[in-house]
Design a protein around this ligand. Structure first.
Ligand code: SAJ
Length: 427
């Protein structure tokens, strides 16, 4: 039975390791997080998605997946660690470097090494291959590839198994070998290419989305000024066979889309000026909504209710969430706030202000002078105006268009909606 070592057991690495194990490989999962490893060793999976939980628990129970803080010898190595940006928006590849350096002593001649982490163009060559060379390996004896993950959190298992893959090798032989490996546990078609083209493809996919969302947000600003509802216009425009305008909202969150364009901007600043503007537009959305609320009378010092910590609906992931941008703006301006989320149980903020996270909606809304709806959780769509009556001021900022606005207006609320004129309660 072939052995696979997966380094990095996060939102992508852990389900990937489990699915490989459930396909019959012996998988050794590695992470530096000791608490996570002891949970896995006790058969517990902390990820919330039911399909991920059952795949991981099955893999652990069968014994095909074992978890450890130290790498082990294998035929195939997959590196799946985070690649964030620094405060100055430069690629932080320190986790890729430490992962390959910690793994290098276990790699043998004839092994296949795959990097899955989203990375700047050239990383597989400059970081993975060079580190192996520095560790004394002969690169001619090791197949090295870059094969990005493309999964949509919330539908992780299906997307790992069914999405087509881009499989980039430092040599065509390496790509062919990695392609066969993915075909042994995934239904998606492997597209074989070079490592640099595969790295670029991943960045292109997520940058495409960021730029399209920025365009939708610009359209929403125009609509707010023009007194037209952008949602109606998008619906009509999208009936054109070659138009697909995205949805405006509170900005772009998650561990990839707000990060990946920076890898292109860092490498190609002249060529990527449009991408930098789009990043600024998306990052400015939370502040934009706070300004609109202040124009409607919200004053620093008052309490604000924040509904939604997750970066999009019905997931428990709050990494780089637009809610953090709002918290930073509120904290800086001297507001107090409580953040409600039905799914998110922990939020690690970098902005210097606390999350004040709760799952109690009354605690969030009580005495608030404004409520910002930041996430399109399904449960928020059913909220009725009577629940909001405990607010001090009847002002709602619906950045996701989840509420039945006319009903709220009838009950005396003013509603600021993304991309549409503010609806005010009739006096
Ligand atoms: N968003 C909008 N308007 C839209 C679509 C999204 O404001 O029209 C916002 C969301 O609310 C969210 C952010 O953008 O805050 C990002 O969400 P997303 O739906 O674009 O997806 P992610 O970040 O969860 O996953 C993306 C996917 N990439 C693409 O769709 C090109 C996924 O396939 C990647 O695997 C993932 O990034 C990743 O890990 O790279």
């Amino acid at each position: 039975m072939k052995k696979v070592t997966v380094v990095g057991l996060g939102y992508v690495g852990l389900p990937t390791a489990a699915l490989i194990a459930n396909a019959g490989y012996k998988v050794h999962g590695v992470d530096v997080n000791e608490a996570l490893i002891s949970e896995l060793q006790s058969g517990i999976c902390r990820l919330e998605e039911p399909e991920v939980k059952s795949a991981v628990e099955l893999a652990l129970t069968s014994g095909n997946l074992v978890a450890s803080t130290e790498a082990a010898e294998a035929d195939i190595f997959i590196i799946c660690v985070p690649t964030p940006v620094t405060r100055n928006k430069l690629a932080d590849l320190s986790m890729v470097r430490s992962a390959i350096n910690a793994t290098a002593p276990f790699i043998r001649s004839g092994n296949l090494v795959i990097l899955e982490s989203t990375s700047p163009i050239g990383t597989t060559d400059r970081v993975i291959a060079r580190s192996l060379e520095l560790a004394g390996h002969n690169l001619e004896d090791i197949d090295i590839c870059y094969c990005p993950e493309r999964v949509f959190p919330g539908d992780t298992v299906r997307e790992i198994l069914e999405n087509d893959r881009v499989v980039g090798g430092l040599t065509p032989k390496a790509a062919k070998r990695a392609g066969s490996f993915y075909q042994s546990f995934c239904k998606g078609k492997p597209n074989l290419t070079s490592a640099a083209a595969a790295e670029f493809s991943k960045l292109m996919e997520n940058t495409f989305r960021d730029v399209n969302i920025a365009l939708a947000n610009v359209f929403s600003h125009i609509a707010e000024q023009a007194g037209v509802d952008v949602m109606d216009v998008i619906e009509m425009a999208n009936k054109h066979p070659r138009v697909n305008v995205h949805t405006p909202g509170p900005g772009v969150g998650g561990h990839c889309i707000p990060v990946d364009p920076w890898f292109l901007i860092e490498g190609f600043p002249e060529e990527a000026r449009l991408l930098e503007s789009c990043r600024q537009i998306n990052d400015g959305q939370a502040e934009h909504f706070l300004r609109l609320a202040e124009k409607s009378g919200l004053k620093p010092g008052s309490k604000v209710a924040i509904l939604g910590a997750a970066y999009r609906g019905d997931i428990d992931d709050a990494r780089d969430t637009p809610t953090e941008m709002l918290i930073a703006s509120l904290g800086k301006a001297g507001y107090s706030y409580v953040t409600h989320d039905p799914h998110v149980v922990r939020m690690a903020l970098h902005c210097g202000y606390p999350a004040n996270l709760t799952s109690d909606l009354s605690e969030t809304l009580e005495d608030a002078s404004a409520a910002f709806i930041m996430t399109d959780h399904t449960v928020y769509r059913d909220l009725t105006s009577d629940l909001f009556s405990m607010m001090r001021t009847k002002l709602i900022i619906d950045t996701r268009r989840v509420l039945n606005a006319p009903e709220f207006v009838e009950d005396g609320f003013s509603i600021i909606r993304v991309g549409a004129p503010t609806l005010r309660a009739s006096a």
